[in-house]
Design a binder for this molecule. Structure first.
Ligand code: ADP
Length: 477
């Protein structure tokens, strides 16, 4: 099958979170099964120079973005069986970060139009275009409403994956005539409208041939007002084409036996390297080097979503236990500052590294005993899977992908791959946290058994790629 994967970010070129990881791994897994896979993404000047040097300039052209005529350069790179097309426009994507600009609507409108308008000129005409999140969600709309007369496009099927429904791309309605060069009909008849805005994600949900999210539980949750961010009604109305497929993690990148970021390694048969990495981690954070004390790690964006307000409200209590906690993350200033405050208050127990640091992230996944991820909502979550693969048992809120990936510890069978709580409140978090910490102190044998169970649970992309393929094929049934 011929699949074009359209995405805002993609590892290893640049990523800010889970979408980048998925875009890095899923196309590779599909290509390994002999499918023809291409990825189209923006060209950012901060792409590592070795990749830039390997790119070929395929062609350049000008496209209409409403009344504006804009330059588009297409660069191409083939890597591990996947063709990557980079959309280059210095003004929109050049010396910039990926998100957070006043003209984001225009940038993604440009990107979607570049993909659709130039598709015929690539040496790759797909059977399926797989779009992701709001940035690329206008592509199915453009194919069906604006470019439907292009014969080559008429057979193309589209899939939208929602990685996080919080981000919807709500834009001024004038983007339709001004940037997309279409009339206001689909706004005035309500199709593209949410409140007083054009909603890119809603367009994707309604126009894509199928919609999926990144875990079966999240696919159910977003159809409820509590998790739907206003789109739950729209999603219920298309529930027949909505499903959930769990993300995997890339075992080539995340491998405790060969992780290039680690100075020591370990495997399920020999965990002695993990103990050494724990000591190194304690040292690098300036914590007492104590092999017994449960070391709890956090690697995360520091946002409301990730449950840190709840955690901050209980810090004194959480740190009154005999534990050490190390945190790596960046995000909302008040959350960052909250953690800085507690670092000052508990210097021998709690360390907060307010940074984005891939090496340190791996050191935490590898060197800790427990991994705390109390997300208020979590579409899938990769961090808990990475942690489990490194034998670090997650403490999670039973929600979205956390519910689908972590088997909670059962005191009866003494099995499980982590600890979880149902109610998102201090009692809930306290319950799972105490259960985890107590078990670390009291029953090392069970912890070891759980670590091995976690490390041997299959989170690989191969299985997930097969599920995606079945979904692509169902579009032609
Ligand atoms: P989300 O996509 O919602 O941020 P995920 O758990 O799906 O959460 O994916 C987060 C990814 O980003 C993981 O690979 C995690 O290790 C990485 N990450 C998050 N924060 C940092 C950080 N401060 N430094 C390094 N890596 C980080």
């Amino acid at each position: 099958m011929k699949i074009l994967f359209a995405t805002a970010e993609c590892a290893p070129f640049f990523k800010t979170g889970g979408l980048g990881d998925v875009a890095g791994a899923l196309p590779q897994a599909l290509a390994a099964e002999d499918h023809e896979v291409a990825v189209i993404l923006p060209y950012l000047t901060k792409i590592p120079s070795e990749f830039q040097a390997a790119m070929e300039d395929l062609f350049y052209d000008f496209i209409q973005v409403g009344w504006r005529r804009q330059y588009v350069g297409i660069k191409k790179l083939v890597r591990q069986g996947v063709t990557y097309y980079f959309v280059d426009n210095e003004d929109y994507f050049g010396q910039r970060e990926l998100y957070g600009y006043y003209d984001d609507g225009e940038r993604w409108a440009f990107f979607c139009q570049a993909v659709v308008q130039l598709l015929e000129r690539f040496d790759f005409l797909p059977e399926v275009i797989h779009v992701n999140d709001f940035h690329t969600a206008m592509i199915p709309f453009l194919l069906k409403e604006k470019w439907h007369w292009v014969q080559a496009y008429q057979k193309i099927k589209t899939l939208l994956t929602i990685h996080n429904i919080e981000f919807q791309g709500a834009m001024d309605p004038q983007v339709l005539p001004e940037l997309f060069g279409v009339g206001m009909e689909r706004y005035t008849d309500g199709t593209l409208r949410m409140g007083d805005a054009v909603n890119f994600l809603k367009a994707g949900i309604l126009y894509a041939d199928a919609v999926n999210t990144v875990s079966p539980t999240y696919a159910e949750e977003i159809q409820t007002p509590a998790f739907g961010w206003g789109l739950d009604g729209v999603l219920r109305s298309v529930s027949g084409k909505l499903s959930g497929i769990l993300n995997g993690i890339d075992y080539q990148v995340y491998n405790p036996a060969a992780d290039p970021y680690l100075t020591d390694h370990f495997s399920v048969d020999d965990l002695t390297g993990k103990a050494r990495l724990k000591a190194q981690l304690q040292k690098s954070f300036g914590l007492p080097q104590d092999a017994q004390v449960p070391l709890i790690g956090i690697v995360s964006r520091l946002t409301e979503q990730k449950g840190f307000r709840l955690m901050l409200s209980m810090m004194d209590e959480l740190l009154s236990a005999d534990v050490q906690v190390v945190l790596l993350g960046t995000g909302m200033p008040e959350i960052e500052n909250g953690f800085r405050y507690y670092e000052g208050r508990y210097p021998s127990k709690f360390k907060a590294d307010i940074a984005f640091n891939l090496r340190r992230a791996q050191e935490i996944y590898a060197g800790c005993d427990l991994f705390l991820m109390p997300s208020a909502f979590e579409p899938c979550g990769l961090s808990q899977m990475i942690a489990m693969h490194y034998g670090t048992l997650p403490i999670v809120h039973e929600v979205g992908g956390l519910k689908d990936t972590v088997e909670p510890y059962s005191p009866i069978t003494k099995r499980g791959t982590g600890f979880s709580f149902k109610d998102f409140n201090p009692e809930g978090l306290r319950y799972a946290y105490q259960q985890a910490v107590n078990l670390c102190w009291q029953d090392h044998e069970t912890i070891l058994k759980m670590q091995k169970q976690a490390m041997t649970t299959d989170f690989s992309w191969e299985k997930k790629a097969t599920e995606y393929l079945t979904l692509y094929q169902s579009l032609f049934a």
